[in-house]
Design a protein around this ligand. Structure first.
Ligand code: SF4
Ligand code: SF4
Length: 114
């Protein structure tokens, strides 16, 4: 999910489709880091990943709301770089291959690109 005030607010498909990984140096407990440690788990020796919602495997624990209706990232200002960089034109209503694939998997119309 790239930006909140956009089509993403009524989507959230990517946040419940892809594993979100991050370098451990980006964890808030590290100098200069920002991603809340308690919402992550170890992935590789040098990376972590966002934990799953315990009730919905594959769905990021930080996501609130209903996919395709209204959603919110509860750590928006502290979300991993991978989330910030995902489908950067979605705020303009334009997706990319990954965004479109996530939306398809959840029965949503792909945004399409340029
Ligand atoms: S799948 Fe695309 S439109 Fe949906 S939340 Fe992610 S970036 Fe936004
Ligand atoms: S941290 Fe936020 S933007 Fe990133 S996958 Fe989780 S809910 Fe989505």
């Amino acid at each position: 999910m790239d930006t909140e005030p956009s089509v993403c607010c009524s989507c959230g498909a990517c946040c419940t489709t892809f594993r979100i990984t991050l370098p451990r140096v980006d964890l808030a407990s590290r100098p200069g880091g920002w991603v809340p440690d308690h919402l992550t788990e170890p992935y590789t020796p040098t990376t972590a990943c966002m934990r799953d919602n315990p009730d919905v495997p594959g769905r990021c624990i930080a996501l609130e709301g209903a996919i395709g209706t209204q959603v919110r990232c509860t750590i928006y200002a502290q979300r991993p770089a991978a989330c910030r960089d995902f489908a950067p034109l979605s705020a303009l209503g334009m997706g990319d291959d990954a965004c479109d694939e996530a939306r398809r998997r959840h029965g949503l119309r792909p945004l399409g690109g340029l």
